[in-house]
Design a protein. Structure first.
Length: 497
């Protein structure tokens, strides 16, 4: 090929530079103005030739670096030392940061040494930096994590600072030691089973008990993964451990507390059973002498009442009333005791209407004598035995009749509606009403609001609470003195859902 047909060196050099698209190669005049174009500028920074040529080279620098004069310092270093290498952040046309490895060269006339301009070569290494940063971050995270690596023979090969925090041994103390011997590992299912699972599935998870350097036990949640560098090399295990000692201690404390509570509950149940049995026996044994005493008083009144003066007649009347109250109290205690021994919950729904009929039949005499008006809505099916439900209705209605206002006939309303998965029933009256400070006390045994004026045992409402509570519900009262009271109680039933 003749010399005249051979491309010039300038042409070949320009061709070479244009093909280096992974780089940005620029020429700048002595003032730092761009005087050459390279396709890498558009690919990496987004500028067209028209936008880029004639601009200062600092257009590629972030605004804070421009204010600090970073571009001018770089050119000055190149002037003084012939070159200036740097790795720093630059920005694209749309403001995206790019991490660049760069080199600036001062271009001088070989003969005179006059500065003709600068050559600048840039290489985008953003991806490399990101990978390196990710690797450093992962390394730091792994080092902070409680991870150690041991070979198939159990010898520790790697020990992170996280393990040092858990166990107390430094890496130089732990590496080359047998992990099970060093940590005195206790396997709940045996080490051989774990090895078999690692070989079959490549991973194992579980909990281990180990010993720290100071001799204290530590409980860890273990996550083991099997890996191998090659076919000819025995596999190793990456063990990631999380300290769960606090959780295990709390769990054991809760288990101990639960056992103590169960023991206390059994003891309380036994004590209540004994107390209820005592009340039943005592009430039963008391009923005989009370019956005898009432018979003697009735006999005395029948034979000798005419020979007694007014004072004697009054005393005889007081004895009769006292014996009647004692009889009521004994019957109430017996009824209260039976609630603790007889079944409450019913396996099949029970008609609350039938239970209410039973209660009203038992109270028919009191209803007639008091002139009470009883209004009732249809009652639901409930999961409670009929007998205790009838007793519940009877006690509440009897109270509404008993605690009526003088000269005003009782008006009693029984209602029911579904509420929060239960049945909410209520017994309302227009009676005396109850002061707020008694709202809770009246449900306790032997607490009577009008003990001096109205006969009663002080057990009826306590029995109501016992019935409702054993059935899985709640009972409470809302009342206004002089206007009446409403007793609410909740009971389970299938239709409430």
């Amino acid at each position: 090929m003749s010399d005249k047909n051979f491309p010039s060196r300038e042409y070949l050099l320009d061709l070479l530079v244009s093909r280096l698209s992974d780089y940005v190669i620029l020429l700048l005049d002595p003032e730092g103005t761009v005087i050459s174009w390279h396709p890498g500028v558009e690919r990496q920074f987004g500028y067209s030739a028209a936008e880029f040529l004639g601009q200062s080279g600092e257009i590629l620098f972030p605004l804070p670096d421009r204010f600090k004069g970073a571009f001018r310092r770089e050119l000055q270093t190149a002037v003084e030392k012939g070159r200036a290498g740097d790795t720093n952040w630059m920005v694209t046309k749309n403001g995206r940061p790019v991490f660049v490895e760069g080199l600036s060269l001062a271009l001088r006339d070989p003969a005179s040494g006059e500065l003709l301009g600068f050559g600048k070569v840039l290489n985008d290494i953003t991806q490399r930096k990101q990978t390196e940063d990710d690797r450093k971050t992962l390394t730091r995270m792994l080092d902070q994590s409680s991870i150690y690596v041991f070979n198939w023979d159990g010898i520790i090969e790697h020990w992170t600072s996280g393990c040092e925090r858990i166990y107390g041994w430094k890496a130089q103390e732990a590496v080359a030691q047998n992990a099970d011997d060093l940590l005195q590992t206790v396997y709940s299912d045996g080490a051989s089973g774990i090895r078999d699972q690692l070989l079959q599935e490549g991973a194992w998870q579980g909990e281990l008990q180990q010993i720290k350097k100071d001799g204290n036990p530590v409980y860890v949640s273990a996550d083991w993964v099997l890996f191998s560098d090659g076919q000819d090399k025995q596999p190793s295990v990456i063990a990631t451990h999380t300290d769960i000692t606090s959780r295990i201690q709390v769990q054991r404390e809760l288990e101990d507390a639960n056992k103590r509570l169960q023991s206390m509950a059994r003891e309380l149940e036994r004590s209540n059973a004994e107390l209820e049995e005592f009340a039943r026996i005592a009430s039963h044994d008391l009923s005989t002498p009370i019956t005898s005493a009432r018979w003697l008083v009735e006999l005395l009144a029948a034979r000798h009442a005419g020979s007694l003066d007014a004072e004697g007649q009054k005393m005889l009347q007081q004895i009769t009333v006292g014996l009647q109250r004692m009889t009521d109290l004994v019957e109430a205690i017996l009824s209260h005791a039976r609630v603790g021994t007889e079944p409450i919950g019913a396996p099949k729904p029970v008609s609350a209407d039938q239970a209410l009929d039973m209660a009203l039949a038992n109270l028919q005499k009191d209803v007639n004598l008091s002139g009470a008006v009883v209004r009732r809505e249809p009652m639901p099916q409930l999961l409670i035995e009929a007998q205790p439900l009838a007793q519940l209705f009877q006690n509440l209605i009897a109270n509404a009749i008993k605690y009526r206002r003088e000269g005003i006939a009782p008006e009693i309303t029984i209602q029911a509606r579904a509420h929060d998965g239960m049945w909410l029933l209520s017994v309302s009256d227009n009676g005396m009403g109850i002061e707020p400070e008694w709202f809770e006390r009246i449900f306790q045994p032997m607490q009577r609001l009008h003990s001096a004026k109205i006969a009663g045992s002080g057990i009826g409402l306590a029995t109501c609470r016992k019935i409702v509570t054993r059935a899985g519900g709640q009972i409470w009262v809302e009342s206004t003195v002089g206007s009446g009271s409403t007793f609410f109680f909740t009971l389970p039933g299938p239709e409430a859902h």
